[in-house]
Ligand binder design. Sequence first.
Ligand SMILES: Cc1cc2nc3c(=O)[nH]c(=O)nc-3n(C[C@H](O)[C@H](O)[C@H](O)COP(=O)(O)O)c2cc1C
Length: 504
Amino acid sequence: MTRNGFFDLRTALAFLDSKDELTEVAGEVDWDLELGAVTREVFRRRGPALLYTNIKDYNRPEARCRKLAAGLMGSFRRLSLVLGFDELQPNRTLIDHLIERNRTLIAPAVVENGPVHENVVIGNDIDLYAFPAPRWHYLDGGRYIGTLGCAVMKDPETGRHNVGIYRSRIVDRDKLSTYIISSQNWRSIRGKHEALGSPIPVAWVFGWDPVMELVAGSPFPREICEYDVMGGYRSAPVPLVRCRTVDLLVPAAAELVVEGEISLDPATYAIEGPFGEVTGYLSGVPTPRPVTRVTAITHRNDPILRGTAASSEPGAIGEYAFVAAIQRAAIAWETLRQAGIPGIVDVFVHPVSNGTTVVVQIKKLYEGQPKQIAAALWGSASGRTVGKFVIVVDEDIDPSNYEAIDWAINYRVDPGSDDLVIFRSLFGWSLDPSTAPEHRNLAELGEGLWNRVLIDATRTWRFPRRPEWNNEKFPPVGLNRPEDVERVKGRWSSYGFTGWKVDF
Ligand SMILES: Cc1cc2nc3c(=O)[nH]c(=O)nc-3n(C[C@H](O)[C@H](O)[C@H](O)COP(=O)(O)O)c2cc1C
């Protein structure tokens, strides 16, 4: 059972608090590196979501913005809660939920007024530095206000709104520079504005119901408006208000909206990057990139800026890695379903990989099944950042358990055979630092390129059957018979283990 509701950040925070999944950070924390380091160390310790209320330089009563919320989706339990469940749900339940909700479209409702317009700042009063945007990591190119910032744009022909997460940093009181990879939806909106010779109106949403971040960071087909998907997640139309200076619609209860225009004239570009990215690595070098020239800032009273420490590394998994794990697993599962491939038991993405590795557990029905799975995932438009490694395992291997996967790779894979299949130079994720620089040259290639690998870690069907192995092609595992284990269990206390006491 899920509860619906939310549609603003404050209710989401209150719900997490009621589940002991939120802590207020009341002591002073510096926006410059300290806030990022605290956030990452809390992630490392698998701590709760964080509401910073005492940020250096922003803790005077007259400060325009004094709070920042991080980590709302930083564990599978919190992700389950944000999705509307009352408790942690298993991978399969979350995936089924996402697949179903990703297909449920409810059109938004335009309302006259909303709390996001409690304060409207225009003209010389515009000042992005009035918000406690952190410098998250010491090598970041600046103050990244947009780590979970959602850019709302509109197709100038169809009027359809598009929402995507793109990182953004403050370059001046009224300027944000942005890194937008030429992913499909942005590309088509940009192309149409180029043809018109007009700048792109944009509204950045920095804090609202986390369902926006969950949906905006995931690839949906161009014809789908993300607001409709968000409505589906909450079983209600998203209440939207009209922006004050651009012809766009934004959530009525957003904490903070930055309205503006992106010029496509390279002469207007400003330096963006580098940034400590979700891969755990510093991404890129300082590069001139498109700028949002701010035309208005609107915000709630006592607004809460939303942000997060993006990067993931073993032991310190970033917040969005959990969302990426579930969303990318759901997308992969749906792709396999649409391709009509039978025998899929589970699809698991380990958060640290953000979907770069997809593990598919199958009931093997024919020898070519793992290759068919890889081909379907690699051939799907939604697979741009999904499945550099596709690992297929049998039913007895738990795909969420790296030890089990490792065992399967060790003894079910012959690297010299076609258990390993490499598909070179497919489209791919340009943020991957192991990809050769020339394969990350978006200007030349349009998309990044990935060499992709299938690891077929299922037991092969190419071997002959052996009568000594119960007429199977692979030797048996589980070398204690159940009856032997039962006998040992019955006599366990009689063995007299000295200095070691454990129940069977
Ligand atoms: C936390 C997070 C940060 C992201 N940062 C960027 C970014 O800086 N640039 C980018 O092009 N895509 C980024 N993405 C990926 C896009 O949000 C994603 O591809 C989305 O589907 C784009 O939407 P669109 O296809 O509607 O443009 C990010 C995603 C997440 C979840």
